[in-house]
Each structure stands twice: as structure tokens, then as C-alpha cells.
Design a protein. Structure first.
Length: 253
């Protein structure tokens, strides 16, 4: 982790970058998926400082979710005095799952496919609202998640720009605390709200181990093997969509 003063300087630079990027694009503001977690709360704090609270719209999108996450999302919005909208996607998700399953023959959506539908529905919602308002969708994924691919492609990994993509979880927590994110959110166990487990329980590795590997190139041996395997298998999530034109010369011989 960066030394605190240097980290806070980087955070202030990222805040200025948010302002400059939005102005350069000519957007009226930003839309944030407000999960009630540390990442979205920190991004909300940064965006509010960069643009002013009237240009930051936070949207909670419960999808058969637990009530406490929605309450935490409201807490964050109240803390930073930003607009808050709840769009309940539970019925949409249930209907989509039922429609797909009833249409497929001899195929049924597996557990991971069902889980990943939720963040994709949420991102669809964010973009629909952002486009209608002339806003941008601001990302909330951190460096540790990107490193091991703990994201849903075209779901929570999607955004127009992301101010915390190069900060580890520990750094995001420190920035959030620096900007006044409520203690309840800062000390909440990281949870994507999708599978009933914490992030670390799902992955079988800790964010501390991932950060240590990012910063030093090594950590606990078993964790290191898992991180490297996950990094390799999720490479496609961090790259632009491959297009034939880029490699077509190989096929012209």
C-alpha cells in the first residue's frame, strides 16, 4: 500500500481527473451503482467532491437482495447528500431466468450464469438511465478484483471510466475513510451481494494476499498459485474485444 500522504495525494489527483474527464466529454454528470459497499461508497465520495452532489446520481438495484445492503446504500447517499433512486430488478431477473429456461431445450442455466445475469441487468439499468440524462457511468471496481478477474464481464466490469481501478482494496478503504465514508461501510466485509458469501470466502484467497502479490510479486504459496491461475484465466476481461482486422495478416499467407 502507498504511504498515506502519497495515497491521499493520488486520490486528490483522481478526483481532479473525474472532473476533467466529465468536462472533456461534455457530460452533465455521473451515474453510480450504489451497492452499499466500500468501493461504490468511495467512488460516490470522490465524484461528489469532483462534480458537486447535484451531478452525482446514485442508484441501488436490489435483485432478490438482502435488505441490509439497501439500507447501507441509503446511508451512503444520505452521508454525501446525493440523489438516490431504487430500481428493484427482482421481477425482471426472475422473468428473464424463467423465459430463458423455458426456451432452451435440454439446457438449463447453471449457478454462475444465473449469478452473472444480475450485474449485467444492473449495468443495463445504469446505462439506460445515464443515456437518458446525458450522464456517464462511473466504474467502481478496484485493482485487486481486476487482478484476479473477480468481476462480471459486461456487468460490474463495464463503465465509461473508473477512478479506483488502480487502487487495491486496502487503498480504497483508506481513501474512503479519508473522504468520510461511514465507518459501518468501511468495516463491512466485502460482499458482492450475489451469492450469499463474502468475496474472500468465494475466492478462497484474501484481498490482503492479492495486494501483497501485486506489490511484491509474491505471497503465501497456495494463494499465489490461485492468484496466477485466476489472473491468466481472466485475461480476456481486461483486454479490448479482439477483432479480426488486427491479426488478419496471419491468415493471408
Amino acid at each position: 500500500m502507498l504511504e498515506k500522504q502519497r495515497l491521499f495525494k493520488e486520490a486528490e489527483n483522481a478526483i481532479r481527473w473525474i472532473h476533467d474527464y466529465v468536462e472533456r466529454i461534455g457530460a452533465k454528470g455521473v451515474v453510480v451503482g450504489n451497492s452499499g459497499g466500500k468501493d461504490s461508497a468511495t467512488v460516490i465520495a470522490m465524484a461528489t467532491k469532483a462534480l458537486g452532489k447535484e451531478r452525482v446520481l446514485t442508484i441501488a438495484m436490489p435483485c432478490n437482495s438482502i435488505q441490509s445492503d439497501l439500507e447501507d446504500a441509503r446511508l451512503v447517499a444520505q452521508k454525501f447528500e446525493v440523489p438516490f433512486i431504487k430500481v428493484d430488478l427482482s421481477n425482471s431477473y426472475n422473468e428473464l431466468e424463467n423465459t430463458i429456461n423455458s426456451t432452451l431445450i435440454n439446457i438449463e442455466l447453471n449457478k454462475e450464469a444465473k449469478i452473472n445475469v444480475k450485474p449485467r441487468l444492473r449495468m443495463t439499468t445504469l446505462y439506460a438511465i445515464a443515456q437518458s440524462l446525458g450522464y456517464l457511468v462511473i466504474g467502481t471496481g478496484n485493482l485487486c478484483e481486476r487482478m484476479v478477474g473477480y468481476t462480471t464481464k459486461w456487468g460490474d466490469s463495464a463503465s465509461d471510466f473508473n477512478p479506483i481501478a488502480n487502487f487495491t482494496v486496502e487503498e480504497v478503504l483508506a481513501i474512503g475513510e479519508y473522504l468520510g465514508v461511514p465507518d459501518k461501510i468501511i468495516h463491512k466485509a466485502p460482499n458482492d451481494g450475489l451469492g450469499g458469501q463474502t468475496d474472500e470466502e468465494k475466492m478462497g484467497i484474501t484481498y490482503k494476499q492479492i495486494a501483497e502479490y501485486i506489490e511484491t510479486g509474491k505471497t503465501d504459496l497456495d494463494a499465489m498459485k490461485s492468484i496466477e491461475k485466476r489472473n491468466k484465466s481472466s485475461k480476456h476481461k481486461r483486454e479490448a474485444v479482439p477483432v479480426y482486422e488486427v491479426e488478419r495478416k496471419k491468415y493471408l499467407e
